[in-house]
Write a protein that binds this ligand. Sequence first.
Ligand code: ZN
Ligand code: ZN
Length: 95
Amino acid sequence: MTRSERDRRIQSLLRQPCGCTGQCGNRHARGTCGHRPSHLKRHCAAPPDPSAPFDPESELLSWCSVCYNAAVRRGHEAREQQAEQDLLDMQEELF
Ligand SMILES: [Zn+2]
Ligand SMILES: [Zn+2]
């Protein structure tokens, strides 16, 4: 994919309703958030797990700012908890 193809894809993606399926912690009644972007509330393009390290080849979703911020925070918290758990598990094996 060329740079401009990708830019065009993102441009059209940003006009789509929010594609969050609950990563923000909110159970969206219709399956996805569906929030529509407006000139006041712009969307951003991010992977389905927006807290993951950015991978240019990954699938992108249109995110409203509310879902995006919540999903990033939740993703980081989950990763921190996992890291803590791994650390504990590692030490358990030592004793
Ligand atoms: Zn959401
Ligand atoms: Zn949303």
